[in-house]
Design a protein around this ligand. Structure first.
Ligand code: HEM
Length: 405
């Protein structure tokens, strides 16, 4: 009894000393008052970026937030983002690895959790020169087009079915299928979904593992990102023992550069987790905005109807905001050394999806669209988007253009 009382007093005391030491030693930025042991964990609202933006209103654009005993410094304007991601990029390029992140990434032997150092530089080089080189992305274009046209066909079949006329469809279902098939074809060279859109048993299992990983990841955001990945790797070993697997992504020379064996490479696992929901969710939010704003939907459709061969370079002058990490006002893919290596792949797939969705269908919503966020590893819509598509082109333009690669 006496011992537990002593401990009860001792732990907060040590924590306060630790805080005081940090404050005096490093002159920390202001922030909400932390509690012993838990820090600000109980004050952080589930949608973190909104909570941090609110705190920035009270404490200024640079704040200290304690996740338990771990200090996070959050910056909230473009000048400070530039200072962190450009001027201090090298000093700040490591990610903090929680115990679970360290375990699942085998102490940073992957890409996402690797410290900035020779291993990281090597793997990033492989990404730039091999996995996501312009040549490779161009070679993968037929897969993207196949999947996007399969999505158009599937929406067409569903919205023209007699029972469904005028009914809302769950948009995410179609977007998720494109992202899922695209990634499994890239990573395993295999499509787990048949031509009727039915996913086979292996696919179901794989999907459940990834979804589970994302759910677990959502509980602690980045720190848990690899839960599902280890599952993926075990699952792959069990079910696809003869698959070329990573070789789809990397040839043998590339593998020897990375220095991993095919099946122990966590690099492909990173790609699956990081590449799947990010793209589908981005398109879902974009579609929600377009449906809420019929004027913009119409404008985009007009542009698509006139489509892309028209030489009108001034279109890039009208709004010149870089989104790949050079303009610190808009950083959907991060910036600096850790900028998303899959950015161009994500952009190619997302723009192709949005372009096809708008070119082939008019979209309306029968109810108010909830633009609230659901916290998670990626920011899901709180209420998944439901909308009514109406075909706007001749029926023969809704067929999938299947490609076997
Ligand atoms: C619209 C789609 C996507 C968005 C919005 C997105 C966004 C991001 C962001 C914000 C980061 C963190 C950057 C940082 O820490 O500064 C990131 C990292 C990463 N992304 Fe993406 N991403 C997308 C698609 C993809 C795709 C398709 C892949 C691969 C197939 C991918 C692979 C990765 C990897 C491996 C990292 C970790 C990079 C590192 O730590 O060095 N992403 N992404």
């Amino acid at each position: 009894m006496a011992l537990s009382l002593l401990l009860l007093l001792f732990v907060p005391f040590i924590f306060l000393l630790h805080l005081l030491y940090y404050r005096l030693r490093f002159r920390l930025p202001p922030g909400p008052r932390p509690w012993p042991v838990v820090g600000n964990l109980y004050d952080i609202k589930p949608v973190r970026f909104r909570c941090f933006a609110e705190w920035a209103q009270s404490y200024g654009p640079i704040i200290s937030v304690w996740f338990g005993s771990t200090l996070n410094v959050v910056v909230s304007n473009s000048e400070l983002a530039k200072e962190v991601l450009k001027e201090k990029d090298q000093q700040l390029a490591d990610r903090h690895r929680s115990r679970s992140a360290a375990k699942f990434s085998r102490d940073g032997q992957d890409l996402i959790w690797a410290d900035y150092g020779p291993h990281y530089v090597k793997v990033r080089k492989v990404c730039t020169l091999e996995l996501f080189s312009p040549k490779r992305l161009e070679a993968l274009r037929p897969i993207r087009e196949d999947e996007v046209t399969a999505m158009v066909e599937s929406i067409y079949n569903d919205c023209t079915a007699p029972d469904n006329l005028g009914k809302s469809l769950l948009v995410k279902k179609y977007l998720g299928a494109v992202a899922f098939n695209n990634i499994t074809r890239l990573a395993f060279g295999k499509r787990f979904v048949n031509s009727e859109g039915i996913i086979d048993k292996q696919g179901q299992e794989f999907k459940a593992i990834v979804a589970n990983g994302l759910k677990l990841g959502a509980s602690l955001l980045w720190p848990s990102i690899s839960h599902g990945c280890v599952g993926c790797s075990r699952w792959t070993k069990r079910h696809l023992p003869n698959m070329e697997h990573v070789e789809i992504l990397m040839d043998v020379d590339t593998l020897s550069i990375v220095g991993h064996q095919v099946f122990s490479s966590p690099l492909d696992e990173d790609m699956i987790t990081a590449g799947m929901d990010t793209t589908a969710i981005s398109v879902e939010w974009a579609m929600a905005e377009l449906i809420k704003n019929p004027r913009v939907q119409k404008k985009a459709q007009d542009e698509l109807d006139r489509n892309p061969s028209e030489f009108r370079p001034e279109r890039f002058l009208e709004e010149d905001v870089d989104m790949k990490g050079h303009d610190y006002r808009l950083l959907p893919f991060g910036a600096g050394r850790r900028v998303c290596p899959g950015a161009q792949l994500g952009i190619s797939l997302a723009t192709s999806m949005i372009g096809h969705l708008l070119h082939h269908f008019d979209w309306v919503s029968t109810q108010e669209i909830d633009m609230g966020e659901n916290p998670g590893l990626v920011t899901y819509m709180r209420t998944p988007l439901e909308a009514v598509p109406t075909p706007r082109l001749p029926a023969n333009l809704y067929r999938r253009m299947a490609v076997d690669m």
